[in-house]
Design a protein around this ligand. Structure first.
Ligand SMILES: NC(=O)c1ccc[n+]([C@@H]2O[C@H](COP(=O)([O-])OP(=O)(O)OC[C@H]3O[C@@H](n4cnc5c(N)ncnc54)[C@H](O)[C@@H]3O)[C@@H](O)[C@H]2O)c1
Length: 354
C-alpha cells in the first residue's frame, strides 16, 4: 500500500505519518510539504529516519503532487489552518492551498483510484449559529444550557453533524467546507472512496502553536519558558471552552478507518475529545501551572476577536456508533506529552514557541 500524506511535515501530517508507518509495516508512506509552516522543517529528519519519503512540493501545483508518485491512499492534511487566515494573511494563499490544492489532490486520487481521508474541521459550522448556543457560566468555564432548540445540539454531547450548516464560517472554514462540497461531487460523480473527518481542536507534541492556531501547545510553551499570555475575548474571563484531542487518538482513528474503510466510506463525521476531554482557557492555565510548575502573568483582553466562539464541543456519537472508536488520551496525558516534547527539544523549539 502506498500512502501519500499532503502537509505531511505539519503537526497532524507528521504524527499521522509516523503512526501509519509503524503500523503498516509493508506500506510506503510519502509526505509532501512546501514547508510553509514555521517549524515543519524540523520534521524532515524525524520522518526520513523512519524510512518515510519526503517530497518538497506544493499542492497548489498538481505536477508537484504527481512527482510524489502513484498512491493508493491519500490523507489530505495540507492546509493553512488558522481561522484568521485570509484576514491577517493572504486570502489567495488560503484559497489556492485549502481549496485548489485539495482539488489537485482529488484529481490524482481519481486518476489512481485511491481512497481519500480528508481532515476537515469543526469550523465548517457557521459562526452566527454557534453564537446562538446558550450557556451558563460556572467558576471556570462556559457550559451549554440550551433553551431554544437548535438541530444537532445537545447540552450533554455538544455539536453533531445535523447542526445547521448554512451561514458564514470564516474564510478558513469556507475553504474547508468548499472542499467538502467538492468531495461530495467526486463521491457522487465518480464513486470516489472518501471519508470526511470534521476535527475539533487537535493537539499534542510537534504542534507549532501560535496565537491564532495551536492554542494548547502555545499555552504550555509560554508557561514552560515563563512568558506572558492573554485571555482574549468574552470579557477576558478565559472561560471559553473547546474539546481537545490528542493527535495519537486521531492516528488511531485513521488506522481504524483504513482497516475498515467500507464501514466509514462516504461518511462525514464529527471527531474530537467530546465533553469528557474538553477544557476552558482558565482550566488550561491551572493544568499548565501544575505540569510545568510555573505561574506566569496573564492579561485580560475583554474584546472578542473576529470568528472567536465561546464554546464548541464535538458530539462524536455518530463515529462512535460505527465501530466503537473513541479518544482515550486525557487532558493530563496530552499536556504531559507536550511537556516532554518541550523538554526534549528545548533548543530547537525555544526560538519558535517562546
Ligand atoms: N490542528 C487542528 O486543531 C486542526 C483541527 C481541525 C482540522 N485540522 C486540519 O488538519 C490539517 C492539518 O493541520 P495541522 O494542524 O497539522 O496544520 P499544520 O500547519 O501544522 O500543517 C499543515 C502543513 O501543510 C503545509 N502546507 C501549507 N500549505 C501548503 C501547500 N500549498 N503545499 C504543500 N504543503 C503545504 C505546511 O507547511 C504544514 O506543514 C489541516 O487540513 C487542517 O485544516 C486541524
Amino acid at each position: 500500500m502506498k500512502i501519500l500524506i499532503t502537509g505531511g511535515c505539519g503537526f497532524a501530517g507528521s504524527n499521522i505519518a509516523l503512526s501509519l508507518n509503524a503500523y503498516y509495516k509493508n506500506a510506503q508512506v510519502t509526505v509532501l510539504d512546501n514547508l510553509k509552516r514555521r517549524g515543519s522543517e524540523l520534521n524532515i529528519l524525524r520522518l526520513t529516519k523512519e524510512g518515510i519519503q519526503f517530497v518538497h512540493g506544493d499542492i497548489r501545483n498538481i505536477e508537484d503532487i504527481r512527482q510524489a508518485g502513484k498512491f493508493d491512499v491519500l490523507i489530505d492534511a495540507a492546509a493553512e489552518p488558522s481561522v484568521l487566515a485570509g484576514i491577517n494573511s493572504s486570502l489567495d494563499y488560503l484559497i489556492d492551498t485549502n481549496f485548489i490544492g485539495t482539488k489537485n489532490s482529488l484529481q490524482l486520487a481519481k486518476e489512481y483510484n485511491a481512497k481519500v481521508i480528508f481532515l476537515s474541521t469543526s469550523r465548517v459550522y457557521p459562526i452566527k449559529t454557534l453564537e446562538q448556543i446558550e450557556y451558563v457560566e460556572t467558576e471556570t468555564r462556559f457550559k451549554i444550557k440550551q433553551k431554544k432548540k437548535i438541530n444537532g445540539l445537545s447540552d450533554r454531547y455538544g455539536i453533531g453533524e445535523d447542526f445547521p450548516i448554512h451561514g458564514a464560517r470564516s474564510f478558513y472554514g469556507m475553504t474547508k467546507y468548499a472542499s467538502e462540497l467538492l468531495l461530495q461531487e467526486y463521491i457522487d460523480l465518480f464513486d470516489l472512496n472518501v471519508i470526511i473527518n470534521r476535527c475539533g481542536v487537535l493537539t499534542g507534541p510537534y504542534q507549532m502553536g501560535k496565537v491564532d492556531q495551536g492554542v494548547v501547545t502555545l499555552w504550555m510553551a509560554k508557561h514552560f519558558w515563563k512568558k506572558q499570555l492573554s485571555y482574549i475575548g468574552f470579557g477576558g474571563s478565559g472561560k471559553q471552552v473547546r474539546d481537545i484531542m490528542h493527535i495519537d487518538d486521531l492516528s488511531d482513528l485513521l488506522i481504524e478507518q483504513l482497516d475498515n474503510f467500507d464501514l466509514y466510506n462516504k461518511g462525514t463525521f464529527n471527531v474530537g475529545g467530546g465533553t469528557k476531554i474538553s477544557i476552558s482557557l482558565k482550566e488550561l492555565t491551572d493544568w499548565c501551572i501544575k505540569i510545568t510548575g510555573n505561574t506566569i502573568p496573564m492579561k485580560a483582553v475583554a474584546e472578542t476577536r473576529v470568528a472567536d466562539i465561546p464554546i464548541y464541543i464535538s458530539d462524536c456519537r455518530k463515529i462512535k456508533a460505527v465501530n466503537g472508536w473513541k479518544p482515550t488520551r486525557s487532558v493530563k496525558t496530552i499536556l504531559q506529552d507536550v511537556q516532554l516534547w518541550l523538554e526534549e527539544n528545548e533548543k530547537d523549539l525555544k526560538p519558535l514557541l517562546a
